[in-house]
Design a protein around this ligand. Structure first.
Ligand code: ADP
Ligand code: MG
Length: 674
């Protein structure tokens, strides 16, 4: 039966049968060990007592050999980066690497935290959330970040998408902030921001705050999202900034953030601590913890200056910084390390009192999850992609044995490749918008009676950075509530977003970097769930850009055949060109050329080329008619404007050609992330 029809019957979202928590696997290894949010046989969440009864074995201290075995099993590598860099030059690279490896005690179960005087309410909240076993990244990094002896390091963590990095940084952070409260005997009125978490999008900020709120209940710790117009400290305008009296006054009037942990996008926060365009950011000297989630994006040229400005505004010598992502390239690692070292020199922190500088890698770097099925589909042209996508959304009925009079039993129809809910990624906002208007009527809003409260929510929706914040929030809410099944979006949602139960990802337009492929694909198969599919359409134009994607797919299964199993024949794989550095840079910064939004500076030929690659089912003749009609309307509009304004407004008439359609600002969502 048509999967869409099946879904429309119910009121809300249903989890796919193979995504029940019990079948979850450890995200980076693909091993079928349960670390899931378990439910009891009755289907209810397990209660704390059950966990406590469960957890006795893993409290003992492990020997180095045992730790090595655990690290090997879970593909965990912890490296002391200072040791790695400072080893004597005569030593071979291999010896150097081995000497810098660390084997700290892993966190085998959350209940072990009880022995480390972790905040009781935090532990109760964890139990309430029914997180039973730590995931690999939590197992490896929580003990590093909660050392108990004050030797907390600066940390760089690379762990797969959906492997639980949020909890890995939130648990230690909440515990430390609550301990700082106890030590300082804080009064609520004196609450000041002691920790900052930066994330590249508003959606991710909201998600982190949401996770944080569940964990901070009754802990005395408060976490909040930074909103435009807030100010950070009481003293910020008066004590530290004397530039302009009116600016200072304005700042004093703004509501004060009364939270310990502040989560924000870089630009909003930077705006709040930089009172005028000429001034340098105000000091955030009370901040002891800085966390960069999706650190490689935050240190990418687009956000780099903003992130680094905030980082350098955190002038407390005791600041600890941690960086988290599924993909951190060597250039980003280099930048992070040089920033940390430069900061220590500027703040005159003696080498002997500098904190350790560690790197933790889980699994293989820059690979996609092993539990996702990858499919590359050749569609030749843009029109072919639309047809291909429609077939995925509504697969044609099997034409084998359609004769009802036949006595032969009908052969079983293969299951559809994609089951809702799924996400569709395009290169730009105009393309996402065009695809949405093409597909919006392909799925009936609901087949349930119109009195049903969900029947007005369209099953297919569009989300990008040009929408207003309330619109974006409502769409995110409806996806999470299972009311929206297909979400068309841009790279805005490719990072960090955790929609539980997303069955698939469609790269309608190819991602422009291997990291982007890893992150888009990583919206499915989260927390070890099986059955996730990542479908990538490619046209003639894209063939030359396929190699990085094929490499990611090949590495993710660890075998050479997986790329061909995903739909790339070996002969094509061998023939794929290697991109030059410049071509890679162009692709990363501008996307595939013919899919870029039309600009005013484009000449006629360029416009026609882009027009041919626009999304839509209209024939060339229909487009021509439409253009002519639009031209006539434009012409008459201009004539009227000229008549109204007379001679003097000659230069006031819009020089645009009228159908550029998109404008250049925010055309792709890296430009409009915030
Ligand atoms: P990442 O940041 O690594 O991409 P998230 O932190 O968003 O991943 O977590 C992905 C999903 O895994 C979330 O739905 C989260 O609730 C779940 N999760 C996190 N930790 C655990 C755990 N220890 N056991 C089970 N599920 C977990
Ligand atoms: Mg994350």
């Amino acid at each position: 039966m048509d999967s869409l029809r099946l879904l429309t019957r119910g009121s809300g979202f249903k989890v796919a049968p193979n995504s029940t928590p019990r079948s979850q696997e450890r995200p980076s290894s693909g091993l079928a060990e349960s670390h899931s949010r378990e439910t009891s046989p009755s289907g209810k969440k397990r209660k704390r007592a059950e966990y406590e009864a469960d957890s006795n074995a893993s409290d003992k201290t492990l020997s180095q050999d045992e730790i090595r075995r655990i690290q090997k099993l879970h593909k965990i590598k912890i490296t002391d980066l200072r040791a790695l860099r400072n080893e004597a030059e005569h030593e071979s690279r291999k010896v150097q690497k081995e000497a810098s490896r660390l084997y700290p005690q892993p966190l085998q179960t959350f209940s072990t935290l009880r022995n480390t005087r972790t905040n009781h309410a935090l532990l109760a909240n964890l139990a309430e959330q029914a997180y039973r076993e730590p995931t690999e990244v939590q197992l490896a990094t929580i003990p590093l970040l909660m050392p108990g002896d004050g030797t907390e390091p600066n940390l760089l963590t690379v762990a797969p998408t959906g492997s639980g990095k949020t909890l890995a940084f939130l648990i230690p952070l909440i515990d430390k902030v609550s301990k700082a409260h106890q030590a300082e005997d804080h009064l609520t009125s004196q609450r000041r921001v002691g920790a900052i978490i930066l994330a590249p999008t508003k959606e991710l900020v909201a998600q982190i705050v949401n996770e944080g709120r569940k964990l901070t209940e009754h802990t005395g710790v408060r976490i909040t999202a930074f909103k435009k117009g807030m100010k950070l400290h009481e003293d910020i305008a008066t004590a530290e900034h004397g530039d302009s009296a009116s600016e200072a006054e304005d700042t004093v009037k703004r509501p004060l953030v009364r939270a310990d942990i502040l989560v924000s996008t870089p630009l909003s926060l930077l705006n709040a601590i930089t009172l005028s365009s000429s001034s340098t950011p105000l000091h955030l000297r009370h901040v002891h913890h800085l966390i960069l989630d999706e650190a490689d994006v935050l240190l990418d040229p687009l956000f780099r200056d903003q992130t680094l400005s905030i980082w350098s505004a955190c002038t407390n010598p005791a600041l600890r910084t941690s960086l988290w992502s599924a993909t951190i390239g060597s250039n980003i690692e280099e930048l992070a390390l040089s920033t940390i070292t430069a900061r220590e020199s500027t703040l005159k922190i003696q080498p002997t009192s500098r904190p350790p500088l560690l790197r933790c890698i889980i699994g293989l770097k820059d690979t996609s999850l092993p539990n996702i099925t990858h499919k590359l589909i050749y569609a030749s042209t843009e029109a072919g992609k639309l047809t291909g996508l429609r077939q995925l959304i509504r697969p044609p009925p099997s034409n084998t044995n359609t004769n009802p009079a036949s006595s032969k039993p009908q052969s079983k129809q293969p299951p559809p490749l994609l089951r809702p809910p799924f996400l569709i990624f395009t290169q730009t906002i105009p393309r996402a918008t065009a695809l949405h208007s093409e597909l919006q009527y392909d799925i009936p809003p609901s087949t349930s009676p119109s009195t049903h409260p969900d029947s007005n929510v369209p099953r297919i929706a569009l989300l990008h950075s040009s929408l207003t914040t309330p619109q974006r929030t409502a769409i995110m809410h409806n996806v999470r509530a299972g009311k929206i099944w297909i979400l068309i979006t841009t790279d805005l949602l490719s990072r960090g977003i955790d929609f539980r139960g997303v069955n698939g990802v469609v790269n309608y337009d190819i991602p422009t970097t291997s990291a982007s492929y890893v992150h888009r694909a990583g919206r499915t198969g989260r927390a070890g769930r099986n059955g996730g599919v990542c479908v990538t359409f490619y046209t003639r134009e894209d063939v030359r850009y396929l190699r990085p994607i094929a490499n990611v797919i090949g590495k993710s299964r660890g075998d050479a055949e997986s790329a061909s199993a995903s739909g790339l024949p070996p002969w094509l794989l061998d023939a794929l060109p290697v991109l030059t550095k410049q071509a890679k840079k162009d692709l990363r910064e501008r996307g595939v050329d013919v899919r870029r939004a039309v600009k005013e500076s484009d000449d006629k030929k360029e416009r026609r080329r882009k027009g041919r690659n626009a999304i839509g089912t209209k024939t060339g003749y229909e487009k021509k008619l439409e253009n002519r009609r639009r031209g006539m309307v434009e012409g008459s509009r201009r004539r009227k404007a000229r008549e109204q304004h007379g001679q003097q407004s000659n230069d006031g008439v819009d020089g645009g050609e009228g159908d550029s359609g998109s404008g250049s600002g925010g055309e792709d969502d890296f430009a409009g992330f915030d």
